[in-house]
Design a protein around this ligand. Structure first.
Ligand code: GLN
Length: 184
């Protein structure tokens, strides 16, 4: 059972992807939603500043952070990745800070920064990658595993139980990266 953070962003697409693989899921919108039994978390793309604000205002921050820290597998895409990184280049507004990495927001430019490509993802193979005003990882500590690199920039990382990518697998039909996540 996967809890999908549903305060903002493209959580519905993640739910569809998980359901297509037979993984049940529910939406996390308020603290009592976390009273349910679950063994995984998904943080969708969207707008990280808005998500971060809502996570704190809705009182979800402490509970979610402790879930991440106790080892619950998390799959985070785009804005979700930003929520996990320890620092945001040239910016404050960090959220969980559970991955020792520095992330650059809107790293490809604000408007023209959306593009599609295909690339190798470690342990998965060549997958479609949809980038939408995407961040990339500027630097990461040595124990952060690099899962994908796009045009010389890090776009996929794994740190212990946390898998985080700059792109949007939920917008593509290729489900292999979800299968990888479900195997963590
Ligand atoms: N640009 C967004 C941010 O900084 C992320 C974009 C996305 O999730 N597609 O939060």
């Amino acid at each position: 059972m996967t809890g999908v953070l549903a305060v903002q962003g493209d959580f519905l697409e993640h739910e569809k992807a998980l359901l297509s693989l037979g993984e049940d899921c529910f939406e996390i919108r308020k603290l009592s939603d976390l009273d349910r039994e679950f063994d995984r978390l998904v943080f969708p793309g969207g707008e990280s500043t808005v998500q971060s604000k809502l996570i704190k205002e809705l009182g979800l921050f402490d509970r979610l952070k402790s879930e991440i820290e106790r080892g619950t597998p998390v799959f985070a895409t785009c804005a979700g990745l930003i929520l996990l990184c320890d620092t945001i280049s040239g910016n404050d507004g960090c959220c969980f800070r559970t991955i020792p990495a520095d992330v650059k927001r809107n790293a490809y430019g604000r408007q023209l920064g959306s593009f599609y490509t295909e690339g190798e993802f470690k342990g998965v193979g060549k997958i479609p990658m949809e980038f939408i005003r995407a961040p990339y990882i500027k630097s990461a500590s040595d124990d952060v595993e690099i899962m994908s690199v796009t045009d010389g920039n890090i776009t996929g990382i794994r740190y212990k139980n946390q898998l985080a990518v700059s792109f949007h697998p939920e917008l593509c039909d290729d489900m292999r990266i979800y299968e990888y996540f479900l195997s963590i």
